[in-house]
Design a protein around this ligand. Structure first.
Ligand code: PB1
Length: 324
């Protein structure tokens, strides 16, 4: 049927009609809030490139997450910034490091909260790469042991989910095996499966002081030009035991989100990264975009593309809007 019998505008006449036929809805529990944890007490260091976000000590992480919980946010993911960095990222697996301490504090304060931790070495190595380096090469197999130690440290602290973001081959299976051997078969693995070598991580690297000291991450993170490779990476992580798979970044990769959604029946996460967050804030600060509307539309697009879980720095603010 064509015009004039068919009139799509009939269903757009009022909010009552538009909401009746709306195909995608956001919920506060869709959002997972990434947080940066530093050692100490009472420490709050605002992140200039990420307005509204800060590096927080474990006590203030609890304070901020309580507020987010009250708004409907039900999960967080923690990134650690250690006291010291070294070639093998040894602070990544210290049991009294900022992340394990924050995990314990959050589990005590909010027993129903889902506490996930990022598993990677880049925030902990003095060269800034996600694995150990020998002769300028990031060594894949030598890194697996260290990632497993880090995941185990987080699980022992009470993390219900670990999320390896390193992009080493075989790390999901290696971490799964280690956790199971140590009695943590219930700890969920959310794999950063299709993680691209993206420029949009800039503000994060600023926040975590984790930019590579030499070279880049293109020998382990994916080529932004590739689509089929994302399906291969997701398939491998599924076979290795991932419980949740992820596409990262999100906004510039919605085609990949959709393709992965159609490929797997596992829960699918998408990470709205620091650069996506910073861009919206920067445009809003210049008066070019309405911050709240741009925030909500960017998140709606990621959900519409097929993500079940959205890692986003907007989590508390977006939850506040949805609560209205
Ligand atoms: O928000 C972000 O930009 C996230 C960045 C992401 C965190 N998982 C990585 C950035 C990078 O590759 O440097 C960290 C990788 N472990």
């Amino acid at each position: 049927m064509a015009y004039p019998e068919s009139r799509p505008r009939r269903l757009r006449q009022s909010e009552a009609l538009r909401s009746m036929v709306r195909e995608t809805w956001l919920r506060p529990s869709d959002f997972m809030w990434p947080l940066f944890v530093v050692p100490g007490k009472g420490v709050r260091q605002p992140i200039a490139s990420m307005p509204g976000q800060a590096r927080l000590s474990p006590d203030l992480v609890v304070e901020e997450v309580r507020k987010a919980w009250a708004l409907g946010v039900r999960s967080v993911i923690l990134f650690g910034l250690p006291e010291a960095k070294d070639p093998v990222g040894s602070h990544a697996y210290k049991k009294d490091g900022p992340v394990p301490l924050a995990v314990r504090a959050l589990r005590d304060a909010l027993p129903e909260l889902l506490v996930a931790t990022d598993v990677c070495l880049c925030e902990y190595t003095d060269h800034g790469h996600c694995g150990v380096v020998e002769k300028g090469i990031v060594r894949n197999d030598e890194t697996l042991e260290l990632l497993a130690k880090e995941a185990l440290t987080h699980a022992r602290a009470g993390a219900q989910m670990v999320a390896p973001s390193d992009m080493m081959d075989g790390r999901v299976g290696f971490i799964r095996e280690t956790l199971d051997e140590e009695g943590f078969e219930d700890v969920v693995i959310m794999a950063y499966s299709a993680k691209y070598a993206s420029v949009f991580y800039g503000p994060f690297r600023d926040a975590a002081d984790s930019a590579p000291a030499f070279g880049d991450r293109r020998s382990y993170q994916m080529d932004p030009a590739n689509h089929l490779e994302a399906i291969r990476e997701v398939t491998l992580d599924e076979e290795e035991g991932a419980d949740i798979v992820m596409v990262k970044p999100a906004g510039p990769y919605l085609d990949i989100v959709r393709a992965v959604r159609e490929h797997t029946d596992l829960p699918l996460a998408a990470y709205q990264v620091s650069g996506e967050y910073a861009m919206i804030h920067a445009a809003a600060e210049r008066g070019w975009l309405d911050l709240e509307r741009a925030m909500m539309e960017s998140l709606l697009g990621i959900k519409r593309a097929g993500a079940d879980i959205i890692l986003t720095y907007f989590a508390p603010e977006a939850a506040k809007v949805l609560a209205r």
